[in-house]
Design a protein around this ligand. Structure first.
Ligand code: GLN
Ligand code: ZN
Length: 680
């Protein structure tokens, strides 16, 4: 399968295209020889192209839409060289041919009646991707020159567009979208907004689409401030300024009105997609008709903001005081060598210890029990007993399989973040707030609105029960502070790092309680560590600093003989290995099989000094890997990583898999481990 990874700094995933020097780039409306599938003369047919078909479907229903396509530069910048590509080949080298294909799509859309097309080019805001200006210039000059096309709106969400605003303006595209929530309008050396005339040739013919409403979070906007930003954007010298959300709206749920269970006061501070559209329209009215025309809405918005700032729970003096008293010792454990010795003496693990990432399949039975509990058809006692029965089955299975460090299987968790949000103060959960994560999978992010506290232990009962069933070491399972933040909608009234520390303190108490209950291993999952990495190089160091420190704050309250694990997945981790090292976890399991063990070489090159478990089973596919296959991956890893640091585990948690896949795959994993152990 293609690798799946995160779309910029969001929790939306995409499959990474693999493009080589010879990969055929063509429009799905055409066949190999350039003919149309429906035998019409081509390249002029849109009958089989999805964007055109969808555009027509909407038009037939009476709605003129603006089709949105991923832009050609971003498509190539996110692609990786196909296997076998020559050293140094970059898919961006193919932009000429890809642009040719895009001109066909644009022509078909124009034929079908589209007046505007949006090309999303978030690659332009990323320092990591560092798209060269001449590629942008060449690609867009050609698209602009296409003989028959709709007007082009190039959108660059998620961070500051920077100098590419100037690059794009000079190409002659009709509209440019800027993220003015994450980014800003350009300012001059004295810190004032730049003014016309400003050296941006062509900008006077461009419509600036000002993304002032946050498309990535759920808080109601301060319309007064937003109006001021729009007025500043008007001074840049564009032909026109229009109002927009900062990103597409698929990162937020639909409608606050669909949340009857939400506290009414909290609901009044929120704007989901439908409310954001209203905010956009309101601001547009304010821009054209003047502030007086929207004064009632401006007043209501600022009242909501005042109400939010003063509401009980938003600031909790005890939490503030505890955060204020942290010192360096709050973030540090003793040296790893001493920890390792203490843990070896306590755990007696074989070489290449085997474990899983935490969850076992969420069976229909578990889901039915949770639903029945939700409907009040099961008592809390009955529900808990259902979960305990599942834990007994999962422990039994792991013992039969011969795994070394056991888990309870996480049956009680609907979701690895929401479960904690439901058990911590300062969070609210939604009923219908689904957002797409990948394919048909959606998540329902919680809303972190206030200072975070832990009213009572959360996981200790489940872990203790599990430990009572087995003589093997049991691993307690928690979700880390960065991931809890990344997969929630987080308050925007204080720095993220401050919020992360509050979550970390709550987790620290939980981990200490697990330790006190005799749990010898605790895993703190941080799959989103890489996800929140800022797109601008200048912002990365401070992010990594608070991200790493929040993990350490959560995990450093324990004794040397308590083994701390972490788990990372869904991203390219090569570029943040220093941060992974900085987490100072005793053992790190990391998704590797799906990306063909690329990470192992990165780790080997970096010289990672603590336990590491590169996944040997790609659990995102239903395929059951053979033990021979896993033996190859594992023995390969053992040549690059010191075998006494190597752990054996799947890529990820197993909650989305079925037992038909899980049982044989884990059997094979244990067989492969035995085979490689025999060679050590
Ligand atoms: N402990 C979590 C689970 O197993 C980790 C999920 C993940 O891999 N992202 O479900
Ligand atoms: Zn994972």
């Amino acid at each position: 399968p293609l690798e799946m990874t995160k779309w910029f700094d969001t929790n939306y995933h995409y499959l990474v295209p693999e493009i080589g020097p010879d990969t055929a780039l063509r429009y799905t409306g055409t066949t190999d020889d350039g003919k149309c599938h429906c035998e019409r003369e081509l390249p002029r047919c849109g009958g089989h192209s999805r964007p055109v078909a969808e555009f027509r479907e909407a038009l037939d229903a009476g709605v003129l839409t603006r089709p949105v396509l991923v832009g050609p530069v971003t498509f190539l910048a996110l692609a990786k060289p196909a296997p076998g590509s020559p050293e140094g080949f970059s898919p961006l080298e193919r932009f000429d041919e890809l642009v040719e294909v895009y001109t066909c799509v644009l022509r078909d859309l124009a034929d079908a009646g589209a007046t505007w097309v949006q090309l999303d080019e978030p690659a332009l805001v990323s320092d990591t991707l560092a798209v060269p200006a001449d590629v942008v210039t060449a690609a867009y000059r050609r698209l602009v020159a296409a003989s028959q096309r709709p007007a082009l709106f190039v959108a660059a969400p998620y961070a500051d567009l920077g100098d590419h605003l100037v690059t794009l303006a000079a190409t002659g595209v009709e509209a440019i979208g800027m993220d003015l929530v994450r980014g800003s309008t350009p300012i001059d050396d004295s810190g004032l907004p730049v003014r016309f005339p400003w050296p941006a040739p062509g900008l006077d013919k461009v419509t600036l689409v000002a993304g002032v409403i946050d498309g990535h979070n759920v808080w109601r906007a301060d319309l007064d401030t937003k109006l001021a930003v729009l007025h500043r954007a008007q001074t840049l010298g564009a032909a026109a300024v229009t109002v927009c959300t900062s990103t597409n709206l698929f990162h937020v749920p639909h409608d606050v009105a669909d949340e009857p269970a939400l506290d009414a006061r909290l609901a009044s501070w929120l704007a989901f997609a439908d409310q954001k559209v209203v905010e956009v329209v309101t601001l547009a009215t304010g821009l054209t008709a003047g502030r007086d025309a929207i004064s009632a809405q401006v007043k209501a918005a600022s009242e909501a903001l005042f109400d939010r700032a003063a509401a009980p729970g938003v600031v909790n003096p005890h939490v503030r005081q505890r955060a204020g008293e942290l010192d360096e010792a709050s973030f540090a454990r003793g040296p790893f060598a001493a920890r390792r010795a203490a843990q070896d003496a306590r755990l007696h693990l074989p070489p290449l210890p085997t474990t899983t990432i935490g969850s076992f399949p969420q069976t229909q039975q578990i889901r039915d029990a949770r639903a029945a509990f939700g409907r009040g058809e099961l008592t809390a006692e009955q529900y808990d007993e259902e979960m305990r029965a599942e834990i007994r089955r999962v422990v039994q299975l792991q013992e039969t399989l011969g795994l070394d460090v056991l888990v309870h299987g996480e049956p009680e968790r609907n979701d690895m973040v929401q479960y904690f949000a439901e058990n911590l103060d300062g969070f609210a959960v939604t009923t219908n707030g689904w957002v797409q994560s990948y394919g048909s999978r959606c998540t329902r992010p919680s809303i972190l609105w206030g200072d975070v506290t832990r009213p009572a232990p959360i996981t200790v009962g489940w872990s203790s029960y599990t430990a009572s069933l087995t003589d093997k070491p049991v691993k307690g399972m928690l979700t880390g502070p960065v991931t809890i933040l990344a997969w929630s909608f987080v308050r925007d009234d204080q720095p993220l790092g401050a919020t992360a520390f509050q979550v970390a303190l709550a987790l620290r108490d939980e981990i200490c309680d697990l330790e006190a209950a005799g749990i010898p291993v605790v895993q703190v999952d941080e799959p989103a560590l890489r996800e929140l990495l800022p797109l601008k190089t200048a912002d990365q160091a401070s992010y990594l600093d608070w991200a790493v420190r929040s993990f350490r704050l959560a995990t450093s309250g324990v004794r040397a003989d308590t083994q701390i694990h972490t788990h990372l997945c869904y991203s390219e981790f090569g570029e943040v290995i220093d941060a992974i090292d900085g987490l100072d976890a005793d053992v790190t399991s990391i998704e590797a099989a799906r990306s063909k063990m690329e990470i192992v070489a990165d780790i080997a090159a970096h010289g990672y000094p603590r336990g590491i478990g590169p996944g040997v089973w790609d659990i995102h596919s239903p395929r059951v890997p053979s033990s021979a296959e896993m033996t190859t991956l594992l023995s390969g890893a053992a040549t690059q990583i010191a075998p006494d640091l190597l752990w054996v585990n799947p890529d990820c948690g197993l909650k989305t898999r079925r037992y038909e896949e899980v049982t044989p795959s884990l059997e094979h994993l244990v067989e492969a481990t035995k085979a490689v152990r025999a060679t050590l």
